[in-house]
Design a protein around this ligand. Structure first.
Ligand code: MG
Length: 464
């Protein structure tokens, strides 16, 4: 079968516009390939596969296609229904399943959907696991099961309850203290899957909740990515309610953004920084994030006297590095917090619990806690790139800009710790572009770094 050119295929999944690059035929092909891969990998005749989806209107259609495909290759499907991505991933280990598929395009606009593939560990496939699965999409015939060996389907309506229980079991979460404190919060789930768990979590933590967009019907009322520019409605609601904090998730509730008590969206980088600050009050150990995440996290780690390790961009790379380092907390600057006490994946429910616990312990308004941190500006840019290697250009920049620290794990990252600025260049995994990102204490300094990179790379990034 031909795979559409504009289907975005990455290590851990496939993504496309519904009815254009992403059709039931494409979804069936990838889901059957994943099932065949799991059978081969586990040696099991009937591997179990957990299946969940976010609230997109195309979700049920693709769940049917995925279910049929998995059954056709002899996998038993455990359908957890509409659920946050972290809830579905948590269910994989509970069921001792061979893997899982999440039907979600995360923060992408409403016309997109995607499949994300997870391993038995409840983590997304990594660069070592993906090629074996991909071989069943492109080269290898898919071994279908005979009529009497088809997989079964069962439904699990307790996945959210178990996930919630795990979040409430975070050892340093003072549930009774939080209940007494009765935080007033605004919660916006953008009509996504967060509504399945977050209202219950906040209710259990004794919060007085003003809810926005809690109907998980997939009709996103605004651009669903929880970046500051999309959060005007929440900012107003926080002011009107006199709330302690505004909590905003993306449609599959693995990312959390915060609006402070003054009604200002403080930027997603603060979610991980504040969650980390809380964890480091109780645990001492390494912290892991990706190469494009704000220096804020470096400041938080340094203040606690622990090491920050940076991993290549991509959730699975951060999770694997956390495993390797024995990290106590980690995640991404996009609001994705990973707490190994619960599981090694980004989880907005975990992030909510950690942020509320920080507010409880610090006894300060969120705006005061934010004001303790150096303000940084991140500037992002991109350049078209041709197919050639970027190594020569990276070499030239590395020598030309004379940064005290250089990291080549994922593109090129140059760091000037003394001046609190850095520059990261990396080729996109899904588009023919080079991403440029810089951070500095002022917008001018960040823009200057981006401009230096652009000049060094023009006219063609791959030119020697
Ligand atoms: Mg997401």
């Amino acid at each position: 079968m031909l795979i559409p050119d504009d289907l975005m295929v990455s290590v851990s999944g496939v993504r496309g516009r519904v009815g254009e690059s992403l059709t039931p035929e494409v979804v069936v092909r990838f889901a059957a390939a994943f099932g065949a891969y799991l059978r081969e990998r586990t040696g099991q005749a009937r591997p179990r596969v957990v299946l969940g989806r976010d609230s997109r209107t195309s979700g049920p259609m693709f769940v049917h296609a995925v279910t049929a495909a998995l059954q056709s290759v002899g996998c038993d499907v455990i359908d957890v229904g509409l659920a946050p991505t972290p809830t579905t991933l948590y269910a994989i280990r509970h069921h001792q399943a061979a893997g899982g598929i999440v039907v979600t395009a995360s923060h992408n606009p409403v016309e997109w959907n995607a499949l994300k593939f997870a391993s038995a560990a409840g983590m997304f496939l990594d660069a070592e696991e993906a090629p074996a699965m991909r071989a069943f999409v492109s080269d290898r015939p898919i071994p279908r099961a005979a009529w009497n060996q088809l997989g079964s389907v069962s439904f699990d309506d307790q996945a959210a309850a178990r996930h919630l229980h795990a979040v409430l079991g975070i050892p340093f979460l003072d549930v009774e203290g939080l209940r007494r404190r009765r935080f007033r919060v605004v919660l916006d789930c953008v009509r996504g899957a967060g509504s399945v768990i977050l209202p219950r979590l906040l209710d259990t933590l004794g919060c007085d909740v003003v809810g926005l967009n809690l109907d998980p019907d997939g009709h996103f009322p605004r651009a669903p990515e929880p970046i500051a520019e999309n959060l005007a409605e929440v900012e107003t609601a926080v002011c009107e309610a006199g709330a302690d904090v505004g909590l905003v998730t993306d449609p599959d509730a693995d990312r959390l953004a915060l609006v402070s008590n003054t009604g200002r969206a403080i930027g997603e980088d603060f979610t991980l920084a504040l969650a980390t600050q809380l964890v480091l009050r109780h645990r001492r150990g390494p912290v892991v994030t990706n190469l494009s995440t704000s220096r804020l996290l470096e400041d938080v780690a340094a203040a606690a006297g622990v090491r920050l390790r940076r991993a290549p961009v991509g959730e699975i790379n951060v999770a694997r590095a956390m495993e390797h380092e024995g990290a106590v907390v980690g995640g991404e600057g996009n609001g994705g917090v990973i707490l190994p006490d619960v599981h090694l994946t980004r989880d907005a429910a975990v992030a909510v619990a950690l942020v509320l616990q920080l507010l409880l312990e610090r006894r300060l308004p969120l705006s005061d806690i934010v004001a303790e941190h150096t303000a940084y500006t991140i500037v992002k840019d991109k350049l078209p790139r041709d197919a050639g290697s970027l190594e020569d250009a990276y070499d030239a920049l590395e020598h030309g800009l004379g940064a005290p620290r250089s990291d080549r794990q994922d593109g090129l990252r140059l760091d000037w710790p003394g001046e609190r600025r850095w520059l990261h260049l990396r080729a996109s995994g899904t588009e023919p572009i080079l991403r440029i990102i810089a951070e500095a204490p002022t917008a001018e300094a960040a823009r200057a770094l981006v401009e230096q990179a652009r000049q060094a790379l023009s006219p063609t990034p791959s030119a020697p």
